[in-house]
Design a protein around this ligand. Structure first.
Ligand SMILES: [Zn+2]
Length: 345
């Protein structure tokens, strides 16, 4: 971890500029005081990018083992550079994300990790930033609290959703498919490997972003090569799994349909023929989302009577659950934390 105690007189000049004193050079980068975290009586100044945060060191040391060790060094302030008679610590983090972390540290706004009762949903990316920075600075209570907000979403229990899209819309935070790339890195970082199967599954729904990743807060979020390979092979297995779901629903034994749908035999045989034809070459991209309900994509599904349709939906749910149980195996993830029999398959 990089914590740099130091600074420069140039930055001091520029900070002075924010107090309406003339800057010595217009070409120098401007250092701005944080609007949210600037206490004139603060005992330490954190500088991140072009933003300076002046706070008291006690809460920082209380939460962070890293800072606690630093502050325990006798007269540490004497070796640190000073700005406005305050010791400064330069941090390499994004100032927006550091601001989020300080909200958790100073308890001024816990909404980012959902502790204020606010109705506004935090962004997954904000919660993830708190996990990542909290972990980095060894703030165990803070990153664990934040991680606890996202792990129920990346569940190991079959979520029984209509569609992944609806499941994401109901999440306690704003989340998009691209965030799954971040979720994978959080799982690796914190050891929360139970998050991985669903995170990888979501990654498989990405198109170009899966390989090239995306930029956020000055950082490129992308899967490592090993994880890209896992997703590529997992996608193939998902395509096969999606085909098997409908096959399991409509399979016909020796020309006979399942007894539960015998009154709609003609519709059943027709559906079986159509679902088989859907999995010919060229439509694979439509079926990688194997955990969504697919029955309504069968053209003649409305020709079944209500009782038979209900039986089909029940059978499909069972088949989708079987895919879910195999999800860790699709992506080469250990099944130790997966509460199914998948590990025995
Ligand atoms: Zn029927």
């Amino acid at each position: 971890m990089e914590v740099i105690a130091g600074g420069s007189s140039m930055r001091a000049d520029v900070l002075s500029d924010t107090t309406n004193q003339p800057a010595t050079s217009v070409n120098r980068p401007r250092l701005k005081r944080s609007i949210e975290f600037w206490d004139p009586s603060g005992t330490v100044m954190l500088i991140s990018g072009s933003v300076a945060f002046r706070i008291h060191q006690e809460p920082l040391g209380c939460h962070s083992l890293i800072f606690r060790k630093l502050f325990s060094i006798p007269r540490w302030q004497d070796v640190a550079d000073q700005l406005d008679d305050c010791p400064i610590i330069r941090l390499p983090d994004n100032p927006f994300e550091l601001n989020l972390l300080l909200r958790a540290v100073l308890n001024t706004d816990r909404s980012v990790i959902g502790n204020t009762g606010s109705h506004a949903r935090p962004k997954f990316s904000d919660v993830a930033a708190v996990v990542r920075l909290g972990y980095k600075y060894e703030m165990d209570d803070i990153w664990n609290d934040a991680l606890d907000k996202v792990t129920p979403f990346f569940t190991a229990t079959f979520p029984n959703w209509d569609s992944l899209e609806h499941y994401m819309a109901r999440a306690p935070f704003e989340i998009g498919l691209r965030d799954a790339i971040v979720a994978v890195s959080l799982a690796h970082l914190t050891g929360a490997i139970t998050m991985l199967p669903l995170a990888f599954y979501m990654c498989c729904q990405l198109e170009g972003d899966l390989l090239k990743g995306f930029a956020r807060n000055g950082r490129r979020e992308r899967l490592c090569l090993d994880d890209q390979i896992k997703c590529a092979s997992g996608k193939e297995l998902l395509e096969r799994g999606a085909a098997l779901v409908l096959f399991r629903v409509f399979r016909v034994y020796q020309g006979k349909v399942r007894p539960q749908v015998s009154c709609c035999k003609r519709a059943h045989l027709e559906a079986f023929r159509r679902c088989l034809s859907r999995f010919k070459d060229g439509i694979k991209d439509e079926v990688k989302n194997a955990l969504d309900s697919q029955l309504d994509r069968i053209d003649n599904i409305q020709k079944f009577c209500p009782n038979c349709l209900a039986a089909l939906r029940e059978r499909e749910l069972e088949a989708r659950r079987e895919v879910w149980e195999e999800l860790p195996l699709y992506f080469g993830v250990g099944t130790q934390c997966w509460p199914t029999d998948a590990g025995d398959i």
